[in-house]
Design a protein around this ligand. Structure first.
Ligand code: ADP
Ligand code: MG
Length: 265
């Protein structure tokens, strides 16, 4: 049993181009837990996700981010990723010329064997091609992705739903300890949303903590959070259980903004 949460965020303040966006955000996520972070547009949700991953544009002015007990503030994004933090992007980028399979194998090998371990050339470390193909096939079936995707260029000409599935596929392969999904639901029709959610539910379990960032309650019909947090103006104003998301659906965000108490209805 783990007692210390894998992810601890303490009184985090973050500025972008000199403007303070996060104003004292605190959150703890343990393996085995699913947290939903909700909030209106512009409240700072993506700023938080990008800061967790170490995007250089986001400046932590005070506070702390601990992952597995250690501060990540001095770590580059790739180090955080290898350590077991993962983020599925709100707007995944296309990389023409790089096939999905190549990209995923490179990413997986980086995660499995950090370059600081040993002197072996990169090609000799990590997972064998045959083993990788079997693993990829297995995870693609889980996400109901056609096998032809493996040979296509990463996100190139993918529909919105296909891009999001590609992100979840990455998450399934890399097996992060903490996964952050930034508005993975945006732009998905109901079928794609269901497939993506089923994929997340298949990955979720005792070995992973998931932070689902969303503006809308809809995805939470498919992915059941243990905790819901509502962010307004750079900090979490209210936290609760899954029922909090339903209240937001019915009442909007204004009552949180106005600082009213959650009614016991
Ligand atoms: P959310 O994801 O909740 O919609 P964001 O984190 O994207 O909110 O944005 C919060 C605020 O930070 C907004 O006012 C936005 O304009 C600003 N912001 C976020 N990222 C950047 C950036 N890279 N450059 C400039 N301003 C930014
Ligand atoms: Mg956002």
């Amino acid at each position: 049993m783990s007692t210390t949460p894998e992810l601890i965020v303490k009184d985090l303040h973050v500025a972008v181009e000199g403007k303070e966006i996060l104003k004292g955000l605190s959150l703890e996520v343990r393996k085995g837990e699913i947290h939903a972070l909700m909030g209106p547009n512009g409240s700072g949700k993506s700023t938080f996700a990008n800061t967790l991953m170490g995007h250089p544009r986001y400046e932590v002015t005070s506070g702390e981010i601990l992952f597995k007990g250690e501060s990540v503030l001095e770590m580059e994004a790739d180090e955080r990723s290898r350590a077991g933090l993962f983020m599925a992007f709100q707007y995944p980028v296309a990389i023409p010329g790089v096939s999905m399979a190549n990209f995923l194998r490179t990413a997986l090998n980086a995660r499995l064997a950090p370059p600081t371990n040993g002197d072996m050339p990169a090609a000799k470390r990590g997972i064998a091609p045959k083993e990788f193909r079997a693993l990829l096939k297995d995870k693609m079936a889980l996400l109901k992705m056609d096998e032809s995707f493996a040979t296509r260029y990463l996100n190139d000409g993918f529909s919105g739903g296909e891009k999001k599935r590609a992100e979840i596929l990455q998450m399934a392969l890399l097996k992060p300890e903490i996964a952050i999904m930034d508005e993975t639901d945006s732009g998905l029709d109901i079928d794609a949303l269901r497939i993506v959610s089923e994929g997340v539910n298949a990955i979720a379990g005792p070995e992973i903590g998931v932070l689902v960032i969303t503006h809308y309650q809809r995805i939470l019909n498919y992915i059941k959070p243990h905790f819901v947090h509502v962010m307004v103006d750079g900090r979490i104003q209210v936290s609760g259980g899954a029922e909090l998301a339903l209240q937001l659906e019915q009442r909007g965000y204004d009552w949180v903004r106005e600082g009213r108490e959650v009614s016991a209805s």
